[in-house]
Design a protein around this ligand. Sequence first.
Ligand SMILES: [Zn+2]
Ligand SMILES: [Zn+2]
Length: 255
Amino acid sequence: MKLKFLGTGTSQGVPVIGCTCEVCTSENPKDSRLRSSVMVTTDENRKILIDCGPDFRQQMLTNKENHIDIALITHEHNDHVIGLDDMRPLIFRNGKDIPLYCYERVGNEIKNRFPYAFTDVKYPGAPAFELHEIENNTFTVLDTEITPIEVIHYKISVFGYKFKNLAYITDANFISEKEKEKLQNLDILILSCIRKFDPHPAHFILSDVIKLFEELKPQKMFLTHISHHLGMHDIEDKQLPSGMHLAYDGLEINF
Ligand SMILES: [Zn+2]
Ligand SMILES: [Zn+2]
């Protein structure tokens, strides 16, 4: 299987509009971060998208992706769902609703955000989704076993997802001991890290993810959902513990 980072930025993206900091004005493409999302491709070339934020259209075009079999949604915040309307070309071409997998709560929020996609009689150009409400249990779809990992993001629970020996977790500031059991000795752990200093009420910062790296002992860890307060990619990446890296848009991992 492979996983490609379509976006590795926090909710405002990097550069931040109007910001003149060294990260936002950097000419290194690795310092430009679209909103966080990944595409997982199975060995049978089936496409699993995780999250669909405001940069979804651009991400599909840039990465020459033109198909999605299912989408897994981590949670309902805008930077993870607001691109769903832009799935319309895929829906029209295939004549099929796109299956979305998420918590019941998240499904309800998606219905509130896109009510026209769920009415019985739809406007001819409306998108259409098939909602699959999932709980915190392993499920199999597209011949792929997927294990949700429930993490806390300020006051809401968010699903990370594990495939084989890789887990992708974004938007978290707490992981319970029970859920950590699913994350021991992974080959690859992808974890969100919003910035270097200053504790954040809803997100891990660098010292938190280093602690988790030491505790969970993945072979490799990649950081995502990064803001302009984490520093320049080429400088910061070198200073991380061995085996830990900053992800960047376009990075692809085989697992
Ligand atoms: Zn987010
Ligand atoms: Zn900036």
